[in-house]
Design a protein around this ligand. Structure first.
Ligand code: ATP
Ligand code: MG
Length: 335
């Protein structure tokens, strides 16, 4: 708050009324050990109509997180395992001939759900990836000359495994840009692993009790009203300038700008737009109705690092996308 020019807040109430959607954060945390960041990013993506790409090793509760999330808000959930023989119509649905009436009827595919988990997206062939990414961007599906609008909320959470690359179709840069967040998970600390063990063993020994814990806390209608509330969060010119400085820095512009040759592909305006939208939702989740530069700085790594491609020499020097974004954040003035 100290970073915010006082003129920005004088005409605005600073607190947001607690909303049913706010309850999702502690409820998710009760079901998961660690993973606060993933939970929060999911919620922000949901509030902004964004999507999320999760990279991490197997068995770190990616499925559990998304399933729990869907259940707590009573949303329709589906999981798709991507394989090389998947067809676009396996995702979108298709017209099937109905014998008794002698006409074609549309059978909706798994994309006609609220929360769609696509496991190992990089195993899906490019045509499937592009059908999926089109649905994510347009929020509608066109088959056989008819366009059908997807129901809101519609969120795609896609996973990819950082280790296995053989026989995969890596997402092209243009398609990575469609995801609001790129979250990277790692294996838990030993302390957390012990807590996971306790939690899962307790659930196994009392399976019915676990079902009761997972009753929905809000509905998809609450999500719609939360989205409206997020639209009302104030973002000052100073914060917008900071966002543009960060994106510009990936293009080598300004004080925090990357050095020539460090980055092969810089962030697009979609990065700035996503930073602004996500920062508003982040502020709202913290019960503030104005954005601070800190909201932006906290989200910047998960928004920017999927949108830049390092030069091969940078990579060869052992520097990661996250390192570069961290360096940009440290060197870019907030005001
Ligand atoms: N941080 C965690 N909190 C609670 N449970 C966890 C956590 N990490 C792992 N688990 C437990 O580990 C098991 C594996 O989780 P899950 O199936 O969600 O992993 P995954 O990341 O989807 O794996 P895969 O990549 O193989 O699909 C589950 O029983 C889950 O409860
Ligand atoms: Mg899984």
């Amino acid at each position: 708050m100290s970073n915010l020019p006082s003129a920005d807040i004088t005409h605005h109430d600073t607190l947001v009324a607690p909303h049913a959607v706010h309850q999702l954060v502690p409820a998710m945390q009760a079901q998961l050990v660690g993973l606060e960041q993933l939970t929060q990013r999911l919620l922000i993506a949901l509030l902004c109509g964004g999507h999320i790409l999760i990279e991490g090793p197997p068995g770190v509760a990616k499925t559990r997180t998304i399933k729990e999330f869907s259940r707590l808000m009573d949303a329709r959930f589906v999981r798709i395992q991507a394989t090389p023989d998947l067809l676009p119509t396996d995702m979108t649905g298709s017209d099937v001939f109905h014998q008794p009436t002698a006409e074609f009827r549309f059978i909706p595919g798994p994309l006609f759900n609220n929360i769609v988990l696509v496991d190992e997206i990089n195993r899906a062939p490019p045509k499937v990836q592009s059908a999926l990414l089109e649905a994510m961007g347009e929020r509608q599906i066109s088959t056989g000359g008819t366009t059908r609008v997807l129901e809101e909320p519609f969120l795609v959470a896609a996973t990819q495994n950082p280790i296995e690359h053989e026989g995969t179709y890596p997402l092209p840069e243009a398609q990575l840009d469609r995801f609001m967040f790129f979250v990277q998970l790692s294996l838990p600390t030993l302390d957390n692993e012990r807590r996971i063990l306790d939690q899962v063993l307790a659930e196994n020994s009392n399976a019915s009790e676990h079902d009761h814990q997972s009753l929905a806390l809000c509905t998809v209608d609450d999500v719609a009203s939360a989205r409206n509330a997020v639209h009302g969060v104030f973002i000052s010119d100073a914060v917008k300038d900071y966002i543009v400085r960060l994106t510009g820095a990936t293009r080598g512009i300004g004080k925090g700008g990357v050095k020539p040759g460090e980055i092969a592909h810089a962030a697009s305006p979609r990065a700035s737009i996503n930073l602004a939208l996500a920062a508003r939702a982040h502020a709202w989740l913290h019960l503030r109705n104005y954005v601070t530069p800190d909201d932006v700085a906290q989200l910047a790594p998960d928004i920017l690092c999927g949108r830049i491609i390092l030069d091969y020499r940078t990579r060869a020097a052992g520097i990661s996308e996250r390192d570069v974004v961290q360096q940009i954040l440290e060197n870019t003035p907030r005001l």
